[in-house]
Structures are given as C-alpha cells and as structure tokens.
Design a protein around this ligand. Sequence first.
Ligand SMILES: Cc1cc2nc3c(=O)[nH]c(=O)nc-3n(C[C@H](O)[C@H](O)[C@H](O)COP(=O)(O)OP(=O)(O)OC[C@H]3O[C@@H](n4cnc5c(N)ncnc54)[C@H](O)[C@@H]3O)c2cc1C
Length: 390
Amino acid sequence: MPDLSLVVIGAGPYGLAVAAHARHTGIETLVLGEPMSFWRRHMPRGMLLRSGVDWHLDAAEVHTMERYLAERGIRPADVHPIPVELFVDYATWFQDVEGIQVRPELVTAVRPRPDGVEVELGDAGSLSARSVVAAPGISSFAAAPWHLVAGLSADRYAHTCFLTEFDRTRDARTLIVGGRQSAYEWAALLADQGVEAVHVVHRHDTPAFTPSDWSFVDALIERTESVPGWYRSLPDDERAAVDRRFWAEGRLKLEPWLPPRLPESVVHRHPRTEVVRCVELPSGEIRAELSTGETLVVDHVVLATGYRADVTAVPYLADVPGLATANGFPVLDEHMQTSVPGLFVTGFAATHDFGPFFGFVRGCTAAARLIVPAVAARTATAPTADAVRG
Ligand SMILES: Cc1cc2nc3c(=O)[nH]c(=O)nc-3n(C[C@H](O)[C@H](O)[C@H](O)COP(=O)(O)OP(=O)(O)OC[C@H]3O[C@@H](n4cnc5c(N)ncnc54)[C@H](O)[C@@H]3O)c2cc1C
C-alpha cells in the first residue's frame, strides 16, 4: 500500500489550491516544496500584479483574496494594482487557515509503481502515494535567445526570472530584450532604482498601455469545468480565437500604471528592432548591435523573453517512465492526469490541453475542481487497478 493518498509537489498557487480542495474532500494530503518560492524569489520586491483581487486559491470560494482583505479592513480599490508581497501574504494566510501541511523538501524524481507513484527526495529517501499532483509552475521554462549572450560573462546577463535584485544594475546601463509586460515592468523597476539608462528593444510595435479586460475568462473557465476536454476539442479556429483573445489582453496591452515610471530620459524604447549581436568589450562594457544599424553600449543585458514549456526541463519530471508528452507538454486526460496513472500535472504545463488561463492564478480553482474528483476516485479504489497507459 502507498504511504499516502495524495502528495502535491509544489507549494505555489496551484499546489496550495489543489491541496486545500483535496483536504476538504477528506483526502489525506502532503505538500512538498517551498511555499510561494517562485513569488518570493523570482519576482522582485515592489513588482505589481496584473491580476485583480478576484483571482484566488479557494475552490470552495470561501478563503478568497477578497475575504483576506476584508478581514484586514483593506479596501480592494486601495490595493490595485496588487503588490506581489500582498499576494504572497494572502497565500500564506490561505495555507494557514486551510491547515495545509507543507514539507519544504525537494523532489528529485517521480516514478510509477503498481499501486501509485513513488516520490524520490534525494538523500531524504522516498515516499509513495496513491496519487501525485505536480504543480511545477514556470521556473524551469525560462526561454531566451541564449545565442545572443553566449559570448558574455555569466554575471553580465540574466533572464527576468533570475533578476530580482537590482544592486548590480544601479548606476549602470541596461539592455532589455523583449517588449511585453515583464520587459517594461523591469524597465520601470530599474528606472525606480535610478539607473543611468535602460534600452528596451523589441521586434513588435510598442504595446498599448491600457487596462486589460479579463472578464471574458470566467465563461471560458466555466466551460472548461462543465464540458470535459472542452478547450482541446475545440475546432482549430475557435481554439486559436481563444488564444488570440488571451494574447490581445495579456501581451498586446501593458498596464497603464507603467508609463509614469518610464521617463523618456532614462528608458529608451526601440520598437520594431532586433538585437543582432552582443559582444563584451575589453573595457568590460557590452556592445549590442541592433537590426537598425544602431549600436548600444551597455553594462548588463536582461532577457525579458518569456517561458516555453518543456516538461522534461522540470528536474523531477525529466525521466519518468511512461510519461507521454507532445510539444513539450505532458499529455493529459480530462482530470489533468498524465499517461502515468496517478500522476497529475497542472498549471502552465497544462495550458496546451486546458487553455492559457492555466498559466495564471485564475485557473487554480478550476484545476483543483478538475483534479480532486479523480484523486478521490483513485483513493477509493483498489490500488491493484493501475496499469501504465501508453
Ligand atoms: C513576472 C511575472 C509576473 C506574473 N504575474 C502574475 C499575475 O499578476 N497574476 C497571475 O495570475 N499570474 C502571474 N504570473 C504567473 C504566475 O507566476 C503563475 O500563475 C503561478 O506562479 C503558477 O503557480 P504554480 O503553483 O503553478 O507554480 P509556482 O508558483 O512556480 O510554484 C512552484 C512550486 O514548486 C516548488 N518546487 C519546485 N521544484 C520543486 C521540487 N523539485 N520539489 C518540490 N517542490 C518544488 C516550488 O518551491 C514552488 O512551491 C506571473 C509570472 C511572472 C514570471
């Protein structure tokens, strides 16, 4: 018999949401991971969220962010946009009021076993569970034109995911490659620090700094929950239309609170421009050649170039026997269960089959409601029923 009914790997929004809902359903649950580590260590202090107070973690709709604020006498309008620290505090409160047990241990591998899934903890041994939910987030998926920085010393460039302290970039000149929200938000954060110059270089036009309207997402999430396999069984053109709408709100629009923090004397925008080459000079400066023929001399390069799923880049999912993937995503059933019986994957890694909303907190509650019934069914059935599916 496995040691536990459910192990959740990851204590970010998705892991916490699934764990809370599982506990409500009476499933004995252990969460492994460092609570909200991505938000604490891969988002800079002072970063502001794009999502509002209505995006929360509770599938039971009780311990919402609005409730958390109300208990503190904070009006939602006074915390818009939401500082990242406040959301981390909400998640910490949620973990606490839900009584979610988290062990801050690193999983090194998972593998199928006849009655469930084995979870390896490196030197700390291993444990087994009837079901395992992996909520790895995006930290393993940082994507960048690495060839641009291949010749630079390692301390001269960073993906935004790894640049959360601005001590070294203060009083310096920085080139930011990319032009979506994180590119301009990092530019604003650098400008706030009093840097000498920031150059934001991107292939597309300067996006519109205008509020995004996420209200259309609610209906799509409802459909995801009520119609099994809804998103992936859409005709190609309809699925593309959903993706386009999401792209238009999230990528073509940037937050209207950014421009006042982007003084033209410091933040130089280079739309419709590509960085062709970066070379480290004997002086230690970096010469960046642009497609316009212009040359910039900077001290640091920041790659604000987003994330691309590759489930094998998640260390503990890199080598799972029988785990089927397509285009870097795990192949999932209607309950986000992989081809390995009892192993579920959620969050960004589920966006291929479930839609782009699962890359954001908005999808947490739906993910919990989709996954937990299948976990409950497995918990209730005889462990011998499993066989690795092809
Ligand atoms: C700059 C930026 C801004 C964003 N702003 C927003 C926003 O405003 N609103 C929004 O909804 N979303 C936003 N997002 C997306 C947000 O990060 C994701 O929605 C969210 O973090 C996904 O949660 P998760 O639980 O899937 O993963 P994560 O939050 O990344 O959690 C992963 C968990 O896995 C754990 N873990 C990792 N490796 C192991 C291991 N080997 N063993 C055990 N545990 C492990 C970590 O400790 C962590 O607890 C933003 C992302 C970025 C990069």
